[in-house]
Write a protein that binds this ligand. Structure first.
Ligand code: NAG
Ligand code: NAG
Ligand code: NAG
Ligand code: NAG
Ligand code: NAG
Length: 394
């Protein structure tokens, strides 16, 4: 009994105790074993306590450093006060259709800035002077709209687009978000043909990757976790300072469309190929989509480009097959950062691997921060081949 406990827990103190016990009377041995088990439990308990404390300290350090590097914003403010400030939805505004009409020049076509899975997307100016993005639901009104909206409004993070308010009136439904001025990352990576345009340098791409990874990690860290299910390059927006903000999180229950079915006949490269009707969406499927995003970010090519006549044009397959990932790197970035790009592609390849081998978002954030540290300190040339993937958090 004691031996098996010892084996399972791996607490070394039990072994010598046992050996000394062998010649003692039975009662004493039992007492010693009980005592030993008690002591071991105490040790384990103490270790757990120390671990929990360390994690807290680590987390708070990370949050502080995040706060230090970040530009203070209302949402960052909310982040810190969130657990103590009610249910996190007190700043959520309920808007009237009339207000939204005023904001969008009567939903004028010239205010339309896109069309997403939720519906038409308008740019608008509210009467308080704030610029917003208004998403107009064009399908059958979603059930439990307000309930779902409040769920989204509870999520606050520097790298997630903030939900400002909502509107539900006469079977019309709207979501109102902060306006993110630079639009989606794709606008800075490739042209309408899906070919590189080189508007971002490697450091900017890395920062964007880290920001998006942190946003997605935050969603996955919620209890219960929130899977994005539509993570795409077009859902990674850039504000005026090129800070990455993920949009369209938490919408899955408001969309009729099953993400696994796909919106059109075209192949959606971001969709986890292991995902189909028989299995549920998991964190790993978001990780797959994030991997495709990383491939776009480093190659400068659009994954779902219109020119996809054959499988050889598939960005993911190309990356998997290439003998030298260096060939794959966006030629518009300078030579001196090619190694950084290569490391990002290696990480991307882990993300699009079979689901059992994909890293967690948390691990991806750490890897990207590692790449950033090496990029900044410029130690790369001395280190030579850099090994990716510390086993600690896999
Ligand atoms: C807004 O547009 C609708 C039709 O699109 C029209 O019926 C209505 O009169 C317009 N309202 C204003 C204030 O322009
Ligand atoms: C961008 O950075 C400037 C200067 O740090 C700051 O004043 C501004 O508020 C930032 N913009 C956003 C959207 O965070
Ligand atoms: C659906 O998923 C299962 C398990 O992941 C896989 O065996 C099967 O081939 C998939 N089916 C399709 C049509 O992709
Ligand atoms: C599509 O790809 C083929 C093969 O790579 C290329 O020859 C063709 O020019 C491309 N078409 C466009 C419109 O980019
Ligand atoms: C950059 O790489 C290209 C191709 O490998 C090479 O021809 C060029 O000389 C390099 N430039 C610098 C500044 O290293």
């Amino acid at each position: 009994m004691a031996a098996s406990f010892d084996g399972n827990s791996g607490v070394p103190t039990l072994t010598p105790l046992q050996q000394n016990d062998v010649k003692k009377p039975r009662k004493q041995r039992v007492a010693a074993i009980v005592g030993g088990v008690g002591a071991a439990l105490l040790v384990v308990g103490f270790m757990v306590l120390v671990y929990v404390c360390l994690m807290r300290v680590k987390r708070s350090i990370r949050q502080t450093s995040d706060a230090e590097t970040s530009v203070p914003s209302p949402s960052a403010e909310l982040d810190r006060t969130y657990p103590y400030a009610g249910d996190g939805t007190q700043n959520l505004r309920q808007l009237a259709v009339l207000e939204l009409k005023h904001a969008t020049n009567n939903f004028s076509d010239s205010n339309i800035i896109g069309e997403g899975s939720f519906g038409l997307v308008y740019m608008g100016l509210l009467q308080d002077g704030s610029m917003v993005t208004i998403k107009r639901h064009l399908h059958t009104p979603a059930q439990n709209f307000v309930h779902e909206v409040k769920h989204i409004a509870r999520v606050h993070h520097r790298h997630l687009v903030r939900l400002v308010g909502y509107c539900e009136e006469n079977h019309q439904q709207f979501l109102v978000y902060d306006y993110i001025s630079n639009g989606n990352v794709g606008n800075f990576l490739y042209d309408s043909e899906g070919l590189p345009i080189g508007k971002l340098n490697m450091r900017q791409r890395l920062l964007i990757a880290i920001g998006a990874a942190k946003g997605l990690e935050h969603l996955h860290s919620l209890v219960p976790p929130l899977f994005h299910m539509h993570f795409r390059t077009r859902n990674v927006l850039l504000d005026e300072n090129f800070t990455a903000k993920i949009s369209d999180y938490g919408l899955s229950k408001l969309l009729i469309e099953d993400p696994r079915v796909g919106s059109s006949s075209a192949i959606d490269c971001f969709l986890d190929p292991e995902l189909n009707r028989s299995n549920h969406f998991s964190a790993g499927s978001d990780v797959y989509s994030f991997g495709v995003f990383l491939l776009e970010l480093t190659s400068g090519h659009e994954a779902n480009s219109r020119n996809q006549s054959n499988a050889d044009q598939n960005l993911v397959l190309q990356a998997k097959r290439s003998s030298d990932v260096g060939d794959y790197v966006d030629k518009t970035i300078g030579n001196q950062t090619v190694d950084t790009a290569k490391e990002m592609i290696e990480l991307a390849l882990q993300c699009v691997d079979v689901s059992e081998r994909r890293p967690s978002m948390r691990h991806i954030v750490m890897e990207l921060e590692g790449i950033q540290e090496r990029e900044i300190s410029g130690l790369r040339s001395e280190i030579g081949a850099v090994t990716l993937g510390s086993e600690l958090f896999t």
